[in-house]
Design a protein around this ligand. Sequence first.
Ligand SMILES: Cc1ncc(COP(=O)(O)O)c(C=O)c1O
Length: 430
Amino acid sequence: MNAKTLLQDDLRYIWHPCTQMKDMDNFPILPIKSGKGVYLYDFDDNKYIDCISSWWVNIFGHNNSYINARLKEQIDILEHIIFAGYTHEGIVRLSKRLISALPNKLDKCFYADNGSSAVEIALKMSHHLNLLQGKNKSIFLSLQNSYHGETIGALSVCDIGIYKQTYKNILISNMQTPIPKDSTRDSINIALNELDSILQKHSNSICAFILEPLVQCAGGMNIYPKEFVKEASKMCKEAGIYVIFDEIAVGFGRSGEMFALEECESTPDFLCLSKGITGGYLPLSVVVVSDDTYDAFYGDYNKSFLHSHSYNGNPLAVACANATFDIFENNNIIENNRMLSDFIFDKFCELSEFSIVSNIRRKGMIFAFDLDVKYDRSFSLRFANLALKEGLIIRPLGNVVYFMPPYVITKEEVIFVINALKNIIKTLGK
Ligand SMILES: Cc1ncc(COP(=O)(O)O)c(C=O)c1O
């Protein structure tokens, strides 16, 4: 099939996610034929650097020969098995590895198959856990400008109007508390004081506090201080409110450490992981909880946590997750990323020569800047289109341009990206 026919059939049969399909008249989607490393190739063999790791999932490059090999091995052994009443070798191995990589009090893994489902599980489980203790608490607390997914529960704890507004009448009860406006002690205290006054008034009805530790990714790569994460979590715990860390985007090295909770020196009651867990190959997510939580559900039938998905713990996804862990363990990734991050940030700062670029920032392997341009809803597509011409796959969030590459990107490729970004910014500035 050639690209033209593919595109016609795509538009005839498919409704793409998070897209106003009418935009496709002006900004047609790009059929991708193959991938290798940081590159994706179209049907004319043009290559593009995947600057956004295909929605932040692909951490070790496309068509990674090591992950491919582990996946191919698994496919000849077991492709899937119902995960209620049955288990398999890969998932036991993965769970052991996860638990030993995480702090004490994160002892048991509950699996699902995407980030939003992990958030749903954490919300439901925290509510259920309260019920088991005779407490009917039904409000969820999250941060202003938060993003946790787009299913009804996850959307309820989001605070990004374009996703949430339309559905406000069908959401579950939620409240938001501010994030510090910068990393100064004063700003942290102001945000903590606001949280304190919410807790004073509502702690008896707040079930759990959910946050994306260190970086609100979909909220515009908004980096905020670890002290706030640590102190806000402590305050909530002391007020009898469960703490959920949503590390779906920042986990697996993206924030700099393997998990952001390490830097925040705090252990949540529920930890949600997904995205990088399979190296971007197959859908998988997990909610990690303590033995105390697990024990509270253990016993009579009426205590059971009745939540499942058909593809829970899929062996193919799990094989990719174990392969991803192998790569972390055998290649000193977190340490190497520290040097890579410094190199990228150094180059990224060259963009400050443009007056329309401001607030250049980074956290681990997340890099971003704001663009002072006349912004409208199609800006991201216009930018993405210019980027394609320069050989980049990149999609700004509003006027925030971010770079979240696979960790296998080379210095030469980084320099290529920076030069391409300069060309795009020059064109925009005209
Ligand atoms: C922090 C965070 N939580 C949850 C989600 C939802 O994950 P998924 O898209 O796999 O449902 C995302 C997705 O971008 C995310 O960034």
